[in-house]
Every structure is written in C-alpha cells, then in structure tokens.
Design a protein around this ligand. Structure first.
Ligand SMILES: NC(=O)c1ccc[n+]([C@@H]2O[C@H](COP(=O)([O-])OP(=O)(O)OC[C@H]3O[C@@H](n4cnc5c(N)ncnc54)[C@H](OP(=O)(O)O)[C@@H]3O)[C@@H](O)[C@H]2O)c1
Length: 321
C-alpha cells in the first residue's frame, strides 16, 4: 500500500480505501453471506487498506465491526455517516446524534476517525450547517469522532453545489466528491479549494457502473455523441476507451479509471467497492499503479474535459449509496 496524509486531519491513509456501500455493499447487495463480507474487509486490511468507509444506510457497519476484532485499531481509519434528512423531512439534530451513537454501537467502537453528513442535497445544506453541525461538534468534543466530513449526492448535484459551499466553511475536515475520467468538474470546483485549505478528499465514483457494467459505457457515449458532446467516431468503436489500453498504458478500462483518479492532484483516497475478492486485488493493484501515459491523459482531457454529469445516475437505485 502507498500511504498519504488526509489533508489537515494528519491521518495517514492508504490511497486505496474500501467502500462498504455502492452497489456491492461488501456483497450484501449481491447475495454474499455475512461471513463472506467480513472476510472481504479482512482481506482488504491484510492487503494494507487502512481506510474503511461505511454508513448507517449501507447496513454494513456491523460487518465492519466484526471484521475489526483482533486488529490494531490504531492503524485503522474508520469513516461512517448518516443523513440529515429523509427526503424533504429534516432530522432533528438529536436524531442525528442518536444515529452516530447507533453507528458506534453497531461497530462496537467508542469512536470513529471520520463522521460525515451523508449525501447532503443543496437544498438541505443550510439546515445541515446551521442546525446539525454545532450539535455534532459538541459530540466531537466528547470523543465520539475526531473529524467531520460531508458527502454529496452526485446524481442530484452534478455541479457540486453542496461541496462548493462546504469547502468554503471551516468546519469540514474531509469531503467526498464524485470524480472520474468523464466527469472531471471537481478539479476546478472542489480540488482547487481543498488543496488550498488542506481539506481531505475521498474520491467516490471512480468506476461505479459506468466503467464496470457491460454495455453501459457504449450506451452513454452514443447518447453523448447524439447530443453533439462527443465525436461520432467514438460512438462507432467497440470500446470507446480502447485507446487507453496498450502496452505501457492501462490493462483494462477499470484499470485506467482508477489510475486516472489516483494520480489526480487533490485526491487522497480512492474508494472502491466490491463483492469480489479478485476484483479487490485488481483494484488495489490499479490504484497502486503509475500514472497513465501523458499522451493518454491529454486525449482524455481533450475528449472528456468539458463533460459534466456523466455516469452519475443509476435508474431505480438509491443515489447516496
Ligand atoms: N453519497 C455518498 O456518500 C456515497 C455515494 C456513493 C458511494 N459512496 C462511497 O464510495 C464507495 C465506492 O462507491 P462507488 O459508487 O464509487 O462505486 P463502487 O461501489 O466502487 O462500484 C464499483 C462497481 O463496479 C464493480 N467492480 C468493482 N471492481 C471491479 C472490477 N475490478 N472488475 C469489474 N467490476 C468491478 C463492483 O461490483 P463487484 O461487486 O462485482 O466487484 C461495483 O458494482 C462506496 O462503497 C461508498 O463507500 C458514497
């Protein structure tokens, strides 16, 4: 593993971080047993992963807690989160505190390193900062968590309205934006500020479904070509990102997608979620691999640099997993 500093938190974190949500939820969304999911977390730790991101909504906190038994807690950075609203109904701050306590109880921990406000829509942001954050900071003083984070809802907030405001506050130590090789807007809108203020960045959506689900990339590229946002020839190739795969370049599209995010100045931890032990190994290998060749990076930027809101939606799926 390669380790880096998570912004002003000073935490030393592996650059490949295990996401316990997404569409895999450690295999809980794909039919794996609890024991298999626990084994996945343990495999990640054995491979040097020390950053584990879960959430109350993922229903994987108890699995994470069981996987941590017998491990050196001091070497692990645990991140969890809860929402501040159910749809348009705002949660009273006391409820958010109860959910933080329930998360700790589920993991059988006395504290976590990072606690996030989970998937805060732009319309709820003011409420979150004015009403919930002050109450949570009192819980931080009691030692229930060490650093406060906030995550966005990519399908509903493609322009990072929530995080653009969050990076201008002083209360957030860590943010979690969506960033990938066909949705690069966080570079200007978020990373410029996080770098200047030393706010830690957890990168979600490096791969998600766009680069992992067969056929999805081709459908998305065709639609963008039909809308005049990508050249038609790209939509006519079997693999629109095939130009990245060559000796000296990436091995696969997924390899390219993880490496692109890993070497973006401004990202600290690249989150990957999986239900597969083999995928875990190859994802960590990719995240630990070198930068893509300069010519490929230029081509990615020429083709995709202006795109926004690509590959963020997943019809029928909750958007803040
Ligand atoms: N608003 C929020 O706070 C929020 C929202 C979304 C995500 N997150 C966090 O970010 C983490 C990552 O989530 P994500 O949405 O970026 O997506 P992800 O969970 O990393 O999605 C990856 C998808 O690609 C598949 N996959 C992974 N590695 C693969 C490989 N090597 N080959 C083929 N398929 C592969 C996985 O399925 P397999 O099981 O088959 O590997 C999974 O369906 C989450 O776990 C969560 O911690 C936070």
């Amino acid at each position: 593993m390669q380790y880096t500093t998570l912004g002003k938190t000073g935490l030393q974190v592996g650059v490949a971080g295990l996401g316990c949500g997404g569409f895999s939820q450690l295999g809980q969304a794909t039919g794996k047993s609890e024991a298999q999911s626990i084994a996945l977390v343990q495999q990640a730790i054995d491979l040097g992963v020390n950053f584990v991101d879960t959430a109350r909504n993922y229903r994987t906190e108890a699995i994470v807690g069981k996987a941590l038994k017998g491990r050196n807690r001091d070497e692990l950075v645990i991140s969890t989160k809860t929402t501040v609203a159910n749809g348009t109904a705002r949660k009273p701050p006391a409820q958010v505190v109860r959910e933080l306590e329930a998360s700790l109880q589920a993991m059988d921990l006395t504290s976590v390193e990072v606690f996030h406000l989970h998937g805060v829509p732009p319309g709820v942001y003011d409420y979150a900062v004015r009403e919930v954050v002050p109450v949570l900071l009192r819980e931080r003083e009691k030692g229930k968590f060490h650093f406060l984070g906030i995550t966005e809802v990519p399908p509903k907030d493609a322009h990072h309205q929530t995080l653009q405001r969050a990076v201008r506050e002083d209360c957030f130590d860590v943010v979690m934006p969506a960033f990938h090789l066909m949705h690069q807007s966080a570079r200007e809108k978020i990373f410029k500020h996080t770098l200047a203020k030393e706010i830690g960045v957890l990168n979600m959506f490096a791969v998600r479904l766009l680069f992992s689900q067969p056929g999805r990339l081709n459908r998305v590229v065709k639609q963008l070509a039909d809308e005049g946002k990508l050249p038609v020839w790209l939509a006519e190739t079997d693999n629109p990102l095939g130009f990245l795969i060559h000796p000296g370049g990436a091995h696969t599209v997924i390899d390219a997608a993880y490496r692109y995010c890993r070497h973006e100045p401004g990202t600290n931890v690249i989150l990957f979620g999986t239900s597969s032990s083999a995928h875990m190994r190859s994802n960590i290998d990719s995240i630990l691999s070198g930068t893509l060749p300069e010519a490929d990076l230029r081509r990615i930027d020429d083709l995709f640099g202006a795109l926004v809101d690509v590959g963020l939606d997943a019809p029928g799926q909750p958007s803040s997993r």
